[in-house]
Write a protein that binds this ligand. Sequence first.
Ligand code: 5AD
Ligand code: SF4
Length: 456
Amino acid sequence: MKFHIVTFGCQMNVNDSDWLARALLARGWQEAPEDEADLVVLNTCSVREKPEQKVHSALGRLGQSFRGRPQAFAAVGGCVAQQLGEDLLRRYPFVRLVFGSDGIAQAPNALERIAAEPGLQMALLDFLKTYPEREEAWEGGAAAHADAPGPRQCFVNIMQGCDNFCAYCIVPYTRGRQKSRRPEAVLRECREQIARGVREITLLGQNVNSFGQDAGGAGMNFAELLHAVAALPGLDRLRFTTSHPKDIAPEVVRAFGELENLCPHLHLPLQSGSDAVLRRMGRKYDTERYLRIVRELQAARPDIALGTDLIVGFPGETDEDFERTLEMMREVRFESSFSFKYSDRPGVAAVNMTPKVDPQTASDRLSRLQELQNEITSEALESRVGAVCEVLFDGPSRVQSEDAAFWRGRDSGGRIVNVPLCGAEREEDLAGRMMPVRITEAKKHSLIGEKTGEAW
Ligand code: 5AD
Ligand code: SF4
């Protein structure tokens, strides 16, 4: 059997797709291009309207491409699968499995059964009360995705689901209640990955800061888990995502000053700079509290690079509210941000909130916000020129030149750094290696640097 996986959405999905690929490879299946695959898996996202639409167009396209190949079938996983469930099986007869984030652990076995039984369709959509451990599968299966980890980097899931019910967010409905993974299982996976050569681990969850604070909790909180993972011998870099500001504990903030391998980089979604909007979003912090956390983080680790998520056009957002968001951006000086126009998602509280912001106003706000972000990003990158940092390389840069081989990696702050190797050094393979680099130039979204020591 040949399979192909297409991944939409967040890093959780990227990680799920990787595991599914490895589990299928372990069963003797082979990865293949989409038009040669017997099985195409769409791992989907429904956090906003746009990614959900992409799933329907992908399904339409698949329907066409399956026409001459009656044995080929599709599976739909992730958030759209959980949201639309068996409707997908009815609407697209070539879809023979739907699975949610709790059901994925059973998906490889289900796919084997479906491949063997013509006409069988299955749904794995039940939410479980505890974190569903998955079978171990290590070999092969790296997702082709912009967020895919480089060689010697990996994600490790520490929890699933979310209990926050922010007014705009569909995730608690598509991923279910928060379920922490057992700390021993997290540590076992981290150890195994390091033994296999991984040097950078990103701990993953919808809200990692409340790790352990649910029925699956085993008496270890997130700060303790961070210390335990950071202490594993051989781990060069540790990151985690995503954090909710209301739950970030002082011990986690302090960890940035205490743990040498914890990268000075934090994604801390602000969503809005207006206290009134934050209240209606149900975020349970205000801008004063957010700024206090930022100051504490900067005190613990002065070089910390902060990133964020922002929504414009949340119901009732006024021009003044939006100005507050711009002010917060100027105050915190996020090095990067993901920004979105609010879109109604089925079942969330904000659907019933009024007045809706008209789409043109929301678009204008988004452009202004992104313009400001570009300015701040440029200045932040510019200020790195002259600094020496350690870069972990993913692979060759997209853009190459006549007289040098360019390698692309990231510094510990998560900034993209491209480094040319000239002359005899052109033959060097930097993928998965670290090297000291002096930053020589700032581009719009990345840095250029020069080698200042040997790679290791
Ligand atoms: N509309 C727009 N953006 C949203 N996000 C989540 N739900 C919505 C929505 N309904 C954004 C938030 C979140 C990111 C993953 O997606 O900023 O942090
Ligand atoms: Fe998209 Fe959220 Fe689901 Fe991730 S958890 S795939 S971001 S809806």
